[in-house]
Design a protein around this ligand. Structure first.
Ligand SMILES: Nc1ncnc2c1ncn2[C@@H]1O[C@H](COP(=O)(O)OP(=O)(O)OP(=O)(O)O)[C@@H](O)[C@H]1O
Length: 271
């Protein structure tokens, strides 16, 4: 059951029509063949509008990572389609960046943080001095201006994940996909990184799709929460999150509306 006709953030002004960024239509995906085949995504349909922050939750094994890989063009759906700005996604598209949970594998250990952030900009055709300036700006935006010359192994987990976020946003992506990006850091760092993402979304106007196991995180960050069923998976419900901004770890999470939304999402996942 898909229950939402929603008002995305980009369309709150009635004079500004909502721009459809990501369109996911009846996506299905199985792994394996014959009797070993496992049907993971059965029929997943939703849209994400420009500038929205959408979180995706669902039971373990529902296929959240599989779905994100289909959105990123890293996996081909068996049926259905994913379109970015109206273009079918068949390979990783230019305007899209990814941040994974495992920051220790996403940064190259033999390169400084600045080098890591500059790396994907090589394909941009920009001169080295310009790439250097953009990478420094991105590192400043994530609070790592002081750490540009450090190597990943000289940094804490939270700093490494900040660097991975800087690398993703340095390319100014239209859409940022994040797969459990804060699952491997401690609670305080996680809260800091959540707030960093809210700020970056505001500053850069990106569309963000973030997969998480953490229901508080899903509600705290989102304009809408997409709740998936267990495999074979479809969308159980899409929930609008009308919590006011700017959100705040202490006050937002104490609001009765936050508790209600959280309980509703939890109930859907446990159902
Ligand atoms: N490459 C693959 N080959 C075969 N099976 C796979 C592959 N990738 C994932 N699976 C299986 O598909 C199912 C969904 O995996 P996926 O990682 O997408 O789910 P998830 O919802 O992200 O899981 P979790 O909540 O545990 O992180 C799991 O049972 C997993 O074992």
């Amino acid at each position: 059951m898909t229950t939402s006709t929603t008002t995305p953030a980009a369309a709150t002004d009635p004079d500004v029509p909502a721009r459809l960024t990501l369109d996911v239509r009846a996506v299905a995906k199985s792994y394996g063949h014959g009797s070993a085949s496992r049907h993971i995504l059965a029929d997943v349909t939703f849209t994400v509008h420009q500038g929205e922050f959408v979180t995706v939750v669902g039971p373990s094994g529902a296929g959240k990572t599989t779905l994100l890989r289909c959105l990123a063009g890293l996996l081909s759906p068996d049926a259905g389609e994913v379109a970015l700005e109206g273009e079918n996604v068949t390979a990783p598209p230019k305007g899209l960046a990814l941040v994974f949970q495992d920051y220790s594998r996403s940064l190259l250990p033999w390169m400084s943080v600045l080098g890591n952030v500059m790396l994907p900009l090589r394909r941009s055709g920009l001169k080295r001095t310009e790439r250097h300036r953009i990478a420094e700006q991105a590192l400043q935006a994530v609070g790592l201006a002081h750490a540009t010359n450090l190597y990943p192994w000289q940094m804490s987990g939270g700093m490494q994940q900040r660097a991975a976020i800087a690398r993703a946003v340095a390319c100014r992506p239209e859409v940022l996909l994040m797969d459990e990006p804060f699952a491997s850091v401690d609670a305080q760092t996680r809260a800091d990184l959540e707030d960093l993402m809210l700020r970056l979304r505001e500053e850069l106007g990106m569309t963000v799709v973030l997969v998480t196991h953490d229901i508080d995180e899903a509600v705290y960050l989102a304009d809408r929460v997409i709740v998936l069923s267990g495999a074979p998976t479809s969308v159980t419900e899409i929930i609008q999150v009308p919590l006011p901004g700017p959100r705040d770890q202490l006050h937002t999470k104490l609001e009765p509306a936050f508790a209600e939304l959280r309980a509703h999402v939890l109930g859907l996942i446990r159902r």
